[in-house]
Ligand binder design. Sequence first.
Ligand code: APR
Length: 236
Amino acid sequence: MNAGPRVVALTGAGISAESGVPTFRGPGSLWERYRPEELATPEAFARDPTRVWAWYAWRRERIARAEPNPAHRTLAEMEAALPSFILITQNVDGLHQRAGSRRVIELHGNLWRVRCVQEGRTWEDDRVPLPEIPPRCPACGALLRPDVVWFGEPLPPVAWRQALEAAQQAEIFLVIGTSGIVEPAASLSRLARAHGARIIEFNIEETPLTSLADEVWRGPVGETLPRWWHAFQDRP
Ligand code: APR
């Protein structure tokens, strides 16, 4: 069976917006109401772990009530249909996995995983609400932190290497619901294009990546991505 072109998708917070999960930038977004340097940096956590965990506990409760939307489900369908399909996400909400995606490269970690600041061990923890804030390691009693990448921290090396390889091998690179501002994730689209990929952007508005795109599907991604996928499947 023809495996079809190598399709790679990069998603951002916009894909979860239609599930009711707030984005980081734009009207009603998280950074419009909170200061990232107070909540999403290692210094903020060292200064006030209780405050940082209160914010993540609030996000966990909101996300636990959210459901994957048709865009998440379309990407899970693509993974099942295209053996070489690769999904790279900047999101930490776990909605791709809840939609059925199994091969997910998480560039910024996952807020449903916790990490012992002492031992470095990580494990899944989906308790909502958390029994105590800030949670502590059951083994050593040290603080637990969300297993996410904060501003000023490096991306997980394995995930980043996998994302670089995927971007270089892509023949079609879907840029979905991201403002294309935060590096190094934003550079993946430029890398894919430099290696000859066709760039297709799915967003409700123009971004710094729009000028790179060979094709733009303007509108809510819960509508545009399923339409694109159906057209792709019906291609000659
Ligand atoms: N359909 C398509 N696109 C949408 C929709 C929608 N329904 N709603 C919003 N968008 C778009 C916005 O226009 C914007 O371009 O999604 C993008 C969301 O941008 P951000 O909120 O900046 O999210 P993201 O690009 O994922 O941010 C990257 O920044 O704060 C850090 O770690 C955080 O992973 C995050 C990173």
